[in-house]
Write a protein that binds this ligand. Sequence first.
Ligand SMILES: O=C(O)c1ccc[n+]([C@@H]2O[C@H](COP(=O)([O-])O)[C@@H](O)[C@H]2O)c1
Ligand SMILES: Cc1cc2nc[nH]c2cc1C
Length: 349
Amino acid sequence: MNDSSPLIPELDTACATRVGRYLDTLTKPPGSLGRLESLAVTLAAVTGEDFPRVSPPGVVVFAADHGVAEEGVSAFPQAVTAQMVANFAAGGAAINVFARRIDARLEVVDVGVASDLPAPGVVHDKVRPGTRNLAREDAMTQQEAQAAIAVGRRAAERAIKAGCRCLIVGEMGIANTSASTAMLAALIDVPVAELVGPGTGVTGDALAQKLAVIEAALIAREADPDDPMDVLARLGGLEIAAMVGAYLGAAAKRLPILVDGFIATVAALTACRIDPSLRPYLIFGHRSQEPGHDRVLAALDADPLLDFSLRLGEGSGAALAFPLLEAAAAMLAEMATFAAAGVDNHEAH
Ligand SMILES: O=C(O)c1ccc[n+]([C@@H]2O[C@H](COP(=O)([O-])O)[C@@H](O)[C@H]2O)c1
Ligand SMILES: Cc1cc2nc[nH]c2cc1C
């Protein structure tokens, strides 16, 4: 971590204890709202508020390209990254739809798209136009990875300044399942074959080729598994580094963070290796179809809210899970207590 990075505060355990007790005074059998109750306690511990608010949420989508796309590891061409950024700007992507449903502030950040298309409203904070091809050389220098982390921190700060109470972090980047799979194999020391998956829809011989490319890259790059910045720079991506920065920046300001799918969770694992005090600020939105997602969730001891067979990215699964956080906060703020409602509490007998 950079010396100037703000520290992540400890959880407010006193607030969590108070909220845990208060939950048992509400008109329901104790514990009957299950994980919604645990979520409420987590939100209290993270925010330090007895009645935490999670709305409005901020959604930040980081977009960038990957040099490794030239190895034929994706079902789609690299140009789709810039085309989807234009689609985000026009409001037509899945994340636009879901962000509107939850009244989110949506920001799209170009941290490293290889080509530019007109995309009004997109924040240009480009570190470089795509990473280098990690099959041939390090994807980024340490300085580029740090610069991309700083892009993420700035985006989190803008969301906080705009009044957002929760951060949903998404990504768009053709070939980024190759980069994130390589990073994960390095970080948890698991064979690539146990992690690799279809991404946008790679199957058959093309999937075997993707596996071979990632395996060879992992050997050639010699990333130090005990140095998350080294893994990030050699094997990662600009949008993955930006996600790391956004998580760290949001947690430093006590914002609950909803983590999206496979790539977002590999970024989360990387960020937790950089600063383990981040972990309790992360709430995991969903279990992606990408096979490596289970392994990275297990490495983080994470139990995601939804299991909806998604494999889109963009922050879509996290945005779909957000209403559960809203419900947890509303349960605390709006439910009547046994005393106020005149309902007999079995504990009184
Ligand atoms: O979030 C996920 O779990 C997820 C799983 C598979 C694919 N994606 C998205 O698909 C793109 C990467 O897939 P690929 O095949 O190009 O590596 C990238 O834009 C991601 O947002 C996302
Ligand atoms: C169309 C398309 C949309 C996406 N959104 C996130 N990743 C994506 C990949 C593709 C190919």
